[in-house]
Design a protein around this ligand. Structure first.
Ligand SMILES: [Zn+2]
Length: 293
């Protein structure tokens, strides 16, 4: 027996596939669930490209059940409702729910800003101040060992209303690890973030975007949806502030998910770039979205 939430999530998935296939059955006003889940991860070489492979579209779609919670650009957490407050409850996802998501609804002038590899006391506070200045909510993919070292920063990110997500404990290449080791990386991080913020993480990103079948199986079992990106300015390589700005502004389109870093090294170029590209995107009519907390 499926709950309304589960049914709604399934319908949402179908709709997104339809939207991605250019077969939108929704009027513009009704286009509330902008997921587009492609099957391939963006490679490092494909920096800042947002190609969408052709999806396979199921033939039907329906309206959400009456009384369903309104969907934002991010789909609702998986499972049959929120776990009881303070309780780390892992809900296994459906295969559909666990497919990595690389873009939001291309029909909305919305951008998902994701900030990886922190928290880092050198950069995270400045990033938070900038996001506050511009009224932007972002998603922070935190590394567990950094979060353990700076729990005050984790709480500060959460207190600012941003979405906190799981980016493994040590940022390893998951493709060469056993299921047990992958599970340890993800579970340990989710548990720490839950203890630190009071919320169980609902989104996961594999380091480097390198999901493996094992990583997908583990994240699914732990109730973590998988979020990729479509615009990668390679800010981690420190190509220069203006290059980061240009790569983002040239490649962002409605529904883009942008990858930035506030940890893992000197990220002053990233921070400087944000000062330019965030107001530029706002000025050109974009709004920013993160999954609901
Ligand atoms: Zn990373």
């Amino acid at each position: 027996m499926l709950s309304d939430r589960q049914i709604s999530a399934q319908i949402t998935s179908r709709r997104l596939l339809l939207v991605a296939a250019g077969m939108s059955l929704l009027g513009a006003a009704g286009c509330r669930s902008p997921w587009s889940d492609e099957g391939t991860a963006p490679s490092a070489e494909a920096a800042a490209s947002a190609a969408a492979p052709p999806p396979t579209a199921p033939p039907t779609a329906g309206a959400p059940p009456a009384g369903a919670p309104p969907a934002g650009p991010f789909p609702p957490p998986a499972g049959s409702g929120a776990p009881p407050a303070g309780e780390p409850v892992h809900r296994e996802l459906t295969e559909e729910e666990s497919k990595p998501v690389f873009e939001l609804d291309p029909g909305q002038r919305v951008v998902g800003l994701t900030i990886d590899d922190g928290p880092d006391p050198r950069h995270t506070p400045t990033v938070l101040a900038l996001l506050q200045q511009y009224g932007i909510r972002a998603t922070f993919f935190l590394i567990g060992e950094n979060a353990a070292e700076h729990p005050e920063l984790v709480r500060e990110i959460a207190d600012h209303g941003h979405h906190i997500a799981n980016h493994t404990w040590t940022h390893p290449d998951l493709r060469h690890m056993s299921e047990e080791a992958v599970r340890d990386e993800l579970e340990r991080t989710s548990d720490l973030l839950q203890r630190t913020t009071g919320r169980q993480p609902t989104w996961f990103r594999a380091p480097g975007g390198d999901w493996s079948p094992v990583a997908l199986r583990v994240s699914r079992a732990l109730g973590l949806r998988n979020l990729g990106w479509s615009v990668d300015p390679q800010d981690w390589a420190r190509p220069g502030t203006s290059v980061i700005v240009d790569r983002i502004l040239k490649n962002v389109r409605p529904g883009s998910i942008v990858l930035n870093h506030d940890g893992g090294g000197d990220r002053s170029q990233t921070v400087a770039a944000m000062k330019t590209y965030l107001p530029a995107l706002l000025d050109s009519g974009y709004s920013f979205s993160a999954p609901p907390n």
